[in-house]
Ligand binder design. Structure first.
Ligand code: B12
Ligand code: SF4
Length: 526
């Protein structure tokens, strides 16, 4: 079958700092190729809708699959699915990805005749089976598959993450993927899932709180195939198990692979396993993202971060001592007033780290989506991008955006514009000589993108697609939130460090008492 896989456009607010390859879609593409399909991939972060329609005309795909990791992309994907149905009436149209997995019925409701099915959960194993059965087959019998006629059994986790390396050869214009000065930059996955259970996050609910690893040999092989000099490690929490991090390090050292790396991890993981991060620093680790989320214990407890503010600050000191540049995120609560914004501004200008501010946003699949469902002020998908307030603000909404953007501008002043050029002059010059301009162009984009008036008026746009309202207000059990049920989880890798992980309370409500910590995957930024 001729299959076209499509990643939607970037959200304008994340585009400033980075643009990364669609790794999940590349892995699904590889699984489809292994099953004998002819696959093309189009990334609308780099191409326009006109290019997509051109591709439909040239390639005449028999199946089109859209990736929907981000809720804010839902309207775009629905419109593209409808347009695809109109142009190629017999083409099989399907949707998968992180956000799609939490709202399959909504997607089918928005585009009842345009989307044939939604695939919930991991795509590698099931997508070839779906295309084998489609069209005409009984798709509803397949795990994780939802059609207008019904829903299959729960999705099943992959046996091994080693099987399908991403089909990177299918992404075009790869030089446009970058994160900050790591320009160009590829992505890699070394582990999948997260054993913690932060209230605002859906990374753990998606994978049923499982945690799996790529074997060190396969990770090194994957890395060896990457052409780019820089690599973003997409793991939610890198190096939870220190021996895994060390083993991958040894494997890549043995193969003389030399790259610069950016990773994301938790403050307490860094504190506990400093030796792994020090080793990776020698291997080329340059940047690290740590989610602080809140400066005070009360805020951390509210997000169920399971970490003390003092440990967060200690982790920053460790990273500084290692010479790793750190970006951190703070969650701006809609209940903040001018004073809270001021306190954050004062703290942020006083530390050397890059500080990002995102707005607390309940996403389907998170605990806060259930507990805060009744409070939502909007169900417009486009506003669920962590740059808009979808919960009632204490300040008048316009004033909230003024304070938010003012604070973001102060924070960005430290590492964008002329300040950044002064700090990175030699790197910027070298990039320019090689024709890499992504980093340089990002330095002056802030004012064009962040604008309190526009963020405010975004609330008054015509809403074509409304999310179903969330139900209930009581705290849900984890089992009510999972996409992949825990009992289908593949082996959890044994670890000497397992005492450092919170116990998985498989079908119990997550307990506030267990240990651990958390970082915000909603705030990836260079
Ligand atoms: C890397 C990453 C990014 C990268 C994106 C890279 C890219 N172009 O795809 C960057 C850093 C740019 C990014 C940005 C943002 N991110 Co982000 N990101 C992640 C992260 C950590 C890993 C994604 C990944 O590559 N995983 C590895 C691959 C292999 O898995 P995968 O993509 O999920 O794909 C699998 C399945 O989903 C499925 N699948 C995926 N696509 C398809 C398509 C089809 C057809 C099928 C059948 C299956 C399928 O099969 C794949 C293989 O199993 C996830 C957390 C997570 N654990 O998933 C958050 C996550 C997806 N991001 C999130 C958010 C909020 C954001 C931002 C809004 C944050 C911000 N402040 O900027 C922005 C907005 C992005 C945008 N639209 O422009 C949220 C999504 C929330 C939501 N419901 O919308 C997540 C879930 C984190 C969280 N828990 O809060 N992100
Ligand atoms: S925020 Fe980080 S630590 Fe918390 S559940 Fe999500 S991925 Fe895990």
């Amino acid at each position: 079958m001729k299959v076209l896989l499509v990643h939607p456009s970037p959200l304008m607010y994340s585009e400033i700092y980075l643009r990364l390859e669609p790794l999940g879609l590349e892995r699904v593409a590889q699984a489809l190729r292994a099953a004998g399909h002819a696959v093309r991939l189009l990334d609308l972060q780099l191409f326009r809708h006109a290019d997509y329609f051109q591709e439909l005309g040239d390639f005449r795909p028999e199946a089109v699959g859209f990736s929907l990791n981000y809720l804010a992309n839902v309207p775009e994907v629905i419109d593209l699915a409808v347009a695809t149905r109109r142009r190629l009436p017999t083409c099989f149209v399907f949707v998968g990805g992180h956000s799609a997995s939490f709202i399959p019925q909504d997607l089918l409701r928005h585009a009842p005749r345009a989307i044939d099915c939604v695939i919930c959960g991991e795509g590698e194993a099931i997508t070839p089976r779906v295309l084998e059965a489609a069209p005409g087959g009984s798709l509803e019998a397949l795990p994780g598959v939802v059609t207008p006629n019904g829903m299959g059994p729960p999705p099943v986790l992959l046996d091994s993450l080693d099987t399908y390396l991403p089909a990177r050869d299918l992404t075009r214009n790869r030089r446009q993927y970058f994160i900050g000065v790591l320009d160009p930059c590829a992505s890699i996955e070394l582990s999948r899932g997260c054993p913690w259970d932060c209230a605002f996050c859906s990374a753990w609910t998606f994978y049923g709180r499982s945690y799996r690893q790529v074997s060190p040999e396969v990770a090194a092989e994957d890395l060896a195939q990457i052409q780019e000099p820089n690599v973003f490690i997409v793991d939610d929490v890198a190096f939870i198990h220190p021996e895994h991090g060390m083993a991958i390090g040894h494997a890549i050292e043995k193969r003389h692979i030399r790259k610069q790396y950016y990773l994301e991890t938790r403050c307490d993981v860094l504190l506990r396993h400093q030796e792994v991060f020090a080793y990776w620093k020698r291997l080329g680790l340059r940047y690290m993202f740590l989610g602080l989320e809140a400066l005070d214990a009360e805020g951390l407890a509210r997000y169920r971060k399971r970490i003390a503010p003092s440990d967060n600050f200690k982790a920053l000191e460790v990273a500084r001592a290692l010479g790793i540049t750190v970006a951190v995120n703070i969650i701006a609560d809609p209940a903040w007033d001018e004073d809270r914004f001021r306190i954050v501004r004062e703290w942020a200008v006083g530390v050397p780290e890059i500080v990002h501010l995102t707005v607390n946003t309940p996403y389907p699949g998170t605990e806060t989506w259930v507990t805060d469902a009744g409070k939502l002020t909007s169900r417009d998908y486009r506003l669920f991008d962590v740059q808009h307030a979808v919960l009632p603000t204490k300040l008048p909404l316009k004033r909230f955006y003024e304070e938010l953007v003012r604070t973001q501008a102060v924070l960005n002043h430290k590492h964008l514009g002329w300040a950044a050029l002064r700090q990175t002059g030699a790197i910027a010059f070298r990039l320019l000589l090689r024709g890499q301009t992504n980093f340089l162009r990002m330095l002056w984009r802030f004012n064009r993108v962040y604008d309190p008036t526009r963020q405010y008026t975004d609330h008054f746009r015509l809403v074509k697609y409304n999310m179903s309202p969330g139900q209930g207000s009581a705290r849900p059990t984890p089992a009510q939130l999972y996409v992949h049920a825990p009992r289908s989880a593949a082996r959890r890798a044994p670890s000497q460090a397992s005492e450092a992980l919170p116990q998985r309370e498989a079908d119990q409500p997550a307990s506030e008492g267990s240990d651990g910590g958390g970082d915000d995957r909603r705030s990836h930024a260079g």
